[in-house]
Write a protein that binds this ligand. Structure first.
Ligand code: FE2
Length: 279
């Protein structure tokens, strides 16, 4: 699936952009389904706000229970001082997570793509296990910042294996909050680990290495349909979306089945909903 040159670039930079991976029909189906999920969402069920600014404090039962369900999370800036939504519900959701790839037929079809299995094999992700799906809205005007982090923080395995499959569902640019990465930064250490202990979660510092200076980051502009593949240790962030244009994306996180998956990771799967691969 990947050329020798693409593989070399992935291993050197820690990421790879694969243009036009998904076609317009697949993207339209996923977007339509996401909007239907939001439409059916009753905010009275759960009012969790998703933020990476202080994720441990923001995490609650609504978040922790989304490991094996499909739930909507509000943007931090979605609410007025009186607690009402500033704009329509469909323009107030930060993301949907985290088990659509296993529970929703439309998401499942998008996610169980034999080409993804081939890519995983190409990059050495043996016996891939897909733990999480997220539909990220990056809403116009209020799409929040996601600070520098490494995705291996949330999917600790020995050895490190988590790989991110990031699908652009709309054009992403510097203006509407695209990804920024530190090329080659995946050779650095894992700085922190997000640990779950029952219904409690906390961030455990692992390495004092500073986050990169923003001046070394490069923006990953993408077109709808592009797939961005990146290594779990690659430092990345995205800026707030202050533009009038949304930046929808869909992500999958997969680890190697041959690695040891930490019991402290916040997503665990049992016999009721076993973790599966891309096939
Ligand atoms: Fe990330």
């Amino acid at each position: 699936m990947l050329s020798t040159e693409q593989l070399a670039r992935y291993h050197a930079d820690g990421y790879l952009v694969i243009p036009a991976f998904k076609d317009a029909a697949a993207i339209a189906a996923l977007r339509q389904r996401a909007l239907a999920i939001v439409d059916a969402f009753n905010p009275a069920e759960g009012s969790a706000i998703f933020t990476t600014q202080n994720q441990a404090a923001a995490s609650d039962d609504w978040f922790l229970g989304s490991d094996t369900t499909v739930r909507c999370f509000f943007e931090e800036a979605a609410f007025a001082a009186d607690g009402s939504l500033k704009q329509a519900k469909a323009l107030s959701i930060n993301k949907i997570g985290h088990a659509m790839h296993d529970l929703d037929p439309v998401f499942e079809q998008f996610s169980r793509d034999p080409r993804l299995a081939a890519i995983a094999a190409d990059i050495g992700l043996a016996d891939a296990r897909v733990w999480q799906s997220q539909y990220i809205f990056k809403q116009p005007g209020i799409g929040g910042e996601v600070r520098w982090h490494q995705d291996a923080t949330f999917f600790d395995t020995t050895p490190v294996s988590v790989t991110t499959f990031w699908f652009a569902l709309e054009a992403a640019s510097v203006d509407n909050g695209c990804l920024w990465v530190e090329p080659g930064g995946h050779r650095g250490p894992l700085r922190e680990r997000f640990v779950r202990d029952g219904q409690r979660v906390f961030m455990e510092p692992l390495d004092a290495m500073a986050w990169p200076d923003n001046s070394v980051a490069i923006p990953l502009a993408a077109q709808a349909g592009d797939l961005v593949l990146f290594h779990g240790l690659l430092p990345h962030y995205s800026a707030p979306n202050t533009s009038p244009v949304s930046r929808h994306a869909y992500t999958l996180h997969a680890t190697a089945g041959t690695s040891s998956y930490s019991k402290g990771n916040w997503i665990q799967r049992g016999a009721g909903l076993p973790v599966r691969g891309f096939a």
